[in-house]
Design a protein around this ligand. Structure first.
Ligand SMILES: [Cu+2]
Length: 492
C-alpha cells in the first residue's frame, strides 16, 4: 500500500517543468481537489530520486464520490462525475498530459461494514477515471506493485500497436516493481475503459479496471453538451459471505454485482437538477450482460465504445443491455421530479450474496415442523413461506464482514435491494454543478400510492373452461409441481 505523505510532498517535482505560477495554480487546484475528497493523498512510491521523473503519485482511499475534477490546464471541458470514485490529476509536461497509475492491492469498502481485499489502481478499485481531450498527447506511467506481472490495455483507443497492452503480443508483462510508459494521442472522442491484458481472469476478477473519457475538441453534431456526465463500470465478484478476497477461479457464478466496485446500499445516488441533460457512460467488465433500466424517463444510446452514434440511429429506450466488454453512453433530459430507481433488470443482480441455501417454500405449511425443530434449535426460523421480502427485515445472524442479501432503508421502509441498484434524484433546486445528495423526495400532496379502504367486490369469473371456439376436451385438473434450484450462487 502507498505510504501517505503530506500534501506538501515535493518528491514528485524534482523535474518540475512548470513555471512557478502555473505550478502554484496546479498545486492549488490539486489541494482543492484533495480537500473535496478528504481522502486523496500524494504518496511516495519509491525513493524521491527514482520518482523525480515521474508525475506525482496520487492515491485515493475514501470510497466517497469525489467532485468532478475541473481541468486546471489544457483545453476546458465539463468534467465527468465518477460515483464512488474519482478522476486522476495529471501533470502537463512539454504539452503532454502525464498520468501515473499504480497497480496494487487495495481495500475497497463495497458497502458500509463490508470491505473487500481487491487489486486496483492508486488505492481503489476501480482505478481513477482518466479524462483527456481529443487530440491530447497522453503519457501513462504504469507502476506494478502486484505480486505478478501486469499490463494495461486501453480499451477502444486508436493507438500504435505497441501501446495496446496485450502481454506477450504487444509488450512483455510489467514485472513486479517495474514501471512502463505508454504514450499515444487520444485520437477520437468518446467513452473508453482500461484494464490489464495479463492473467486477465485473475486480475479483472480482483477488480482491476478504470474508466477513460476523451472529450471532443471541436463541437460535434453527434455529441451534445450535457449538464451532468456520470461514468461507472459494471463489475462482478465472487466473495463468500464472511470472506474478504474474491475467488479468482470463478468463471460464471459470481455473487456480488457492483457499480464501480460498490453494492447497494453503498452506491451513491445520481443527483441532478430538473431539466438537466444527463449523460451516463456505462462499461461492462463482468462475464455476463446487464440490462440497465432507469425509471421515469426515456433515454437514447448516444454513443458506444466505438464512438458517438449518428442521430438517425437512435431510438427511445427505458432499458438498454450492456453486453460483456461493451460500453453504452446514454442521455436524457431529467424532467420528472422525484427519486427514481435505476438498476440492472436481472433481479438476481439487485441482490447481494446469500449466506444461506433457501429452498422455495412459498405456500408451504410447516407450522408443526417449526415447533419440533425449535425444541432443538431455539432460534430456528423458517424463511420464504411468504416470499423472500421478510429476509430484508429479518435480524439474521450474518457472518462478519458481509452485508444483507436485500436491504437499504427508503422513506417508506426497506427497499429490499442489493447489488446493481441506485437512485436518480431529480430536484428543482439542485444547484448547477452540485452533485451532493439532496435527501429523500417530498411528494406533492395526493401523488403517492395509497391503501384502498373501501369494500372489495368479489371478482367476476368466467364460467366456462375455455372460449367456445376452442372448448377444452379434458377437464381433469393437472397439478404442476415447480421447484426452483436453491443454490446461493447467482450465476449470469
Ligand atoms: Cu446485471
Amino acid at each position: 500500500m502507498s505510504k501517505p505523505m503530506s500534501n506538501h510532498s515535493t518528491g514528485a517535482h524534482g523535474a518540475q517543468p512548470h513555471t512557478t505560477q502555473t505550478h502554484m495554480n496546479a498545486r492549488r487546484q490539486f489541494l482543492q481537489f484533495a480537500g473535496i475528497s478528504g481522502g486523496a493523498v500524494a504518496a511516495a512510491a519509491v525513493s524521491p530520486v527514482a520518482m523525480a521523473a515521474l508525475p506525482e503519485l496520487v492515491t485515493q482511499t475514501s470510497p466517497d464520490s469525489m467532485a468532478p475534477l475541473v481541468p486546471p490546464n489544457g483545453r476546458p471541458y465539463n468534467p465527468v462525475m465518477t460515483p464512488n470514485g474519482w478522476t486522476l490529476p495529471w501533470r502537463m509536461r512539454d504539452g503532454v498530459k502525464e498520468f501515473h497509475l499504480v497497480a496494487e492491492p487495495v481495500v475497497r469498502e463495497m458497502a458500509p461494514g463490508f470491505n473487500a481485499h481487491l487489486w486496483g489502481y492508486n488505492g481503489q478499485s476501480p482505478g481513477p477515471t482518466i479524462e483527456v481531450v481529443e487530440g491530447d498527447r497522453v503519457r501513462m506511467y504504469v507502476t506494478n506493485r502486484l505480486p505478478e506481472h501486469t499490463s494495461v490495455h486501453w480499451h477502444g483507443q486508436r493507438l500504435p500497436n505497441g501501446m495496446d497492452g496485450v502481454t506477450g503480443l504487444n509488450q512483455p508483462g510489467i514485472a513486479p516493481g517495474k514501471t512502463f510508459v505508454y504514450e499515444f494521442v487520444a485520437r477520437r472522442p468518446g467513452t473508453f475503459m482500461y484494464h490489464p491484458h495479463a492473467d486477465e481472469m485473475t486480475q479483472m476478477a480482483m477488480g482491476m479496471m478504470g474508466s477513460w473519457v476523451t472529450h471532443p475538441k471541436h463541437s460535434n453534431p453527434n455529441i451534445a453538451t450535457v449538464d451532468r456526465d456520470f461514468c461507472f463500470l459494471l463489475n462482478g465478484y465472487d466473495i463468500e459471505p464472511g470472506a474478504y478476497t474474491p475467488s479468482i477461479m470463478t468463471m460464471l457464478n459470481f455473487n456480488l454485482w457492483t457499480w464501480n466496485s460498490r453494492i447497494f446500499p453503498g452506491i451513491d445516488s445520481f443527483n441532478v437538477r430538473q431539466g438537466d441533460r444527463v449523460r451516463m457512460r456505462i462499461g461492462n467488465l463482468t462475464m455476463t450482460n446487464h440490462p440497465i433500466h432507469i425509471h421515469g424517463h426515456e433515454f437514447e444510446v448516444t454513443g458506444t465504445d466505438g464512438g458517438p452514434t449518428p442521430k438517425g440511429s437512435r431510438w427511445p429506450e427505458v432499458t438498454t443491455d450492456v453486453a460483456v466488454g461493451q460500453m453504452r453512453q446514454i442521455e436524457f433530459v431529467a424532467d420528472e421530479l422525484g427519486d427514481w430507481a435505476m438498476h440492472c433488470h436481472k433481479s438476481h443482480h439487485t441482490m447481494n450474496a446469500m449466506g444461506h441455501d433457501v429452498p422455495t417454500l412459498i405456500g408451504a405449511d410447516h407450522q408443526g415442523l417449526t415447533q419440533q425443530i425449535r425444541e432443538l434449535v431455539p432460534e430456528y426460523m423458517v424463511m420464504g413461506e411468504r416470499g423472500m421480502a421478510d429476509m430484508a427485515e429479518m435480524e439474521m445472524p450474518l457472518p462478519e464482514n458481509t452485508t444483507p442479501m436485500m436491504t437499504g432503508s427508503g422513506p417508506f421502509g426497506s427497499v429490499e435491494m442489493g447489488g446493481m441498484f441506485s437512485v436518480l434524484k431529480v430536484r428543482k433546486d439542485q444547484a448547477r454543478g452540485d452533485y451532493s445528495n439532496p435527501g429523500w423526495f417530498t411528494h406533492p400532496q395526493g401523488t403517492v400510492a395509497y391503501e384502498y379502504q373501501g369494500e372489495l367486490a368479489s371478482p367476476a369469473r368466467a364460467k366456462s373452461a375455455g372460449a367456445s371456439a376452442m372448448a377444452r376436451q379434458d377437464k381433469t385438473p393437472v397439478e404442476v409441481q415447480v421447484k426452483k434450484p436453491a443454490g446461493h450462487k447467482h450465476g449470469g
